[in-house]
Ligand binder design. Structure first.
Ligand SMILES: Cc1cc2nc3c(=O)[nH]c(=O)nc-3n(C[C@H](O)[C@H](O)[C@H](O)COP(=O)(O)OP(=O)(O)OC[C@H]3O[C@@H](n4cnc5c(N)ncnc54)[C@H](O)[C@@H]3O)c2cc1C
Length: 301
């Protein structure tokens, strides 16, 4: 049974065009991909409960109970949490329309080779944007990191700051924000503003990566003792081991399976999972892996 509070397809369903999903060389609209996935899941026997929200879990021995907002109680032997993440946005006109068409949440390795010889912009002053800038610099002609603060030292690891400064292809614009996005079908340019001087200028680019952080909404996990990382993402599989030691309270004589949380039989997949890639193909792959682990759990415990 699949429980979905809004529409099948999640974030992917809102993407105008997904260009990096295997099997669609010309890209595919997110809504179409979501509808195809829904039909396929139903054909394979999935029951989909739409407009229903999971609000609480309860995990007595051998049972995995989910409570929905309307009071419905669902009892299962295993469950997979794939609730995704809500990304922080720039909140600019055109942002919604240009998402996936030059504007991206996060900066995934999958786009790096597409940016060959381009001038791309990454927004955000955290470790994820710093790492992305270094990675993209291998392919792009130039990488501009747009940062609101006047230094990276308080938000970025020292080694990353050193490496960014040593990379000639990377430029860092401090005290700068993006005030407009331009382009009809795809992103063609952005307007930037220096917050100290007020000076505005337009830069031509077809690539803007927003590394502004996101919220995975996993507060429910705290009440039931499911491990989360510092940002609230669910920790699974080998990431739960500390120097080869199983997590505290782990009751079984085996390591947690891939995609399994520190509660046996409770799995996580996709963007909500700690260390996930935050892309469609990886979310689908993780879902498939989680289901394989569910089968192992149901047959062997
Ligand atoms: C606009 C946009 C464009 C994108 N373009 C691309 C692209 O071109 N290529 C690419 O690879 N990736 C793209 N991504 C990223 C990709 O869509 C995500 O990585 C992927 O959808 C993650 O899948 P998921 O199932 O983990 O989470 P989501 O897609 O976030 O799905 C989670 C689902 O869980 C539901 N949910 C959450 N909480 C509850 C609850 N309590 N009860 C019931 N249901 C709940 C949500 O309504 C949502 O439908 C894009 C993302 C966005 C937002």
């Amino acid at each position: 049974m699949v429980i979905e509070r809004a529409a099948v397809g999640g974030q992917a369903g809102t993407s105008p065009k997904i260009e990096n999903y295997l099997g669609f060389p010309d890209g595919i609209g997110g809504a179409e991909l979501a509808e195809r996935a829904r039909e396929q899941a139903v054909r394979f026997g999935a029951e989909i409960l739409l407009h229903r929200e999971g609000v609480r879990g309860e995990f007595p021995p051998g049972r995995r109970i989910g409570w929905l907002a309307d009071g419905t109680k669902i009892v299962a032997r295993a469950c997979v949490c794939a609730t995704g993440v809500d990304y922080n946005r720039l909140n600019l006109p055109n942002e919604e329309r240009l998402l996936g068409a030059g504007v991206f949440y996060g900066a995934g390795a999958s786009e790096a080779s597409l940016c060959e010889n381009a001038h791309l912009f990454i927004v955000g002053g955290g470790n994820s944007s710093g790492q992305a800038a270094l990675f993209f610099a291998r392919y792009a002609a130039k990488v501009t990191l747009v940062v609101r603060g006047d230094s990276l030292k308080s938000t970025l690891s020292a080694y990353l700051v050193d490496r960014l400064q040593a990379e000639p292809k990377i430029e860092v614009l401090y005290r700068t924000e993006i005030t407009a996005l331009h382009g009809d079908r795809v992103l063609s340019a952005i307007t930037l503003r220096n917050t100290r001087t007020g000076k505005e200028w337009v830069a031509q680019t077809g690539w803007l990566f927003l590394c502004l952080g996101g919220v995975p909404h996993t507060e429910w996990a705290i009440d039931v003792g499911v491990s989360r990382d510092e940002q609230g993402y669910l920790v699974t599989g080998p990431d739960l081991l500390t120097a080869g030691r199983r997590p505290d309270g782990w009751p079984l004589d085996r390591d947690p399976y891939h995609m399994e949380t520190n509660i046996p039989g409770v799995f996580a997949a996709g963007d909500v999972r700690h260390g996930s890639v935050k892309r469609c193909a990886s979310a689908v792959g993780e879902g498939a892996m989680a289901v394989t682990s569910v089968h192992r759990y149901l047959s062997k415990g």
